[in-house]
Design a protein around this ligand. Structure first.
Ligand code: ADE
Length: 229
């Protein structure tokens, strides 16, 4: 899968592309993440990429030209399944969105900054707007990093034990059950006996009960979603 990220702040992506699971996916050629600096595409002789908004409101708006030229260049090179804009206006990102997007071949994620981008970019090019929650970030970069991370870990072959992605919180609208590792007894705090029993059927039953109990207590709204489906 190829993800092209369009941003004014490419350095913000080093945190995910140079560490942990996303780095491993890149090294294994399972994910190809290309981060493009929008400023490199401006034709303005002072390298300007933004201007004040028509109508006189405060702040700056990212201009069409560099973004449009960059998107046109990428679209001429390959077909994209989706051109995404990260924005608080978008559909709220969920595990189900990540699952669907992990099957795509090529996507573009455009990160907004300042007061946002010229509306005409959204009208002409954007096929999907995604918000990562009901709060406002200084820009779309952290949202794009969150989306990229959650999609890449779902691509087959990225996490060696596919079970581990399938048993995540939210995959069945359930929070994940508690997990334990050695030692079995830490200062009298013991690992539940069933997990050390070797009885896989009993362990699976216990995990499901714990997941349900935890979800009922912490996120009862998720269980309601199961019935709404
Ligand atoms: N840009 C600014 N705030 C955002 C949010 N909550 N989600 C996605 N992109 C954003």
């Amino acid at each position: 899968m190829r993800i092209d990220i369009l941003t004014l702040f490419p350095e913000l992506f080093l945190g995910i592309t140079e560490n942990s699971i996303v780095k491993r996916a890149i090294d294994k050629n399972i994910a190809n993440i290309q981060v493009h600096n929008i400023r490199d595409y401006t034709t303005n002789k002072h390298n300007k990429v933004d201007d004040s908004p028509y109508g006189g409101t405060a702040g700056m708006v990212m201009q069409i030209q560099p973004i449009a030229d960059l998107i046109e260049k990428l679209k001429a090179e390959r077909n994209y399944d989706e051109i995404i804009y990260t924005s608080p206006d978008g559909d709220v990102f969920k595990q189900s969105t990540a699952n669907a997007m992990s099957l795509y071949d090529n996507i573009i994620i455009l990160c907004g900054h300042y007061k946002g981008i010229d509306q005409r970019i959204r009208d002409i090019y954007i096929t999907k707007e995604i918000s990562i929650g009901d709060y406002v970030l200084t820009g779309g970069e952290l949202a794009a990093a969150v989306i990229t991370d959650s999609i890449v870990r779902l691509i087959p072959g990225v996490i060696s034990d596919i079970e581990s992605a399938l048993s995540d919180s939210f995959q069945d609208n359930l929070l994940a059950p508690p997990v334990y590792t050695r030692p079995a007894d830490y200062k009298g705090f013991k690992v539940p006996d069933v997990l050390r029993s070797g009885n896989h059927k009993e362990i699976a039953k216990w995990e499901m009960e714990q997941a349900l109990k935890k979800t009922k207590k912490l996120r009862p709204d998720l269980l309601k979603n199961n019935y709404d489906k």
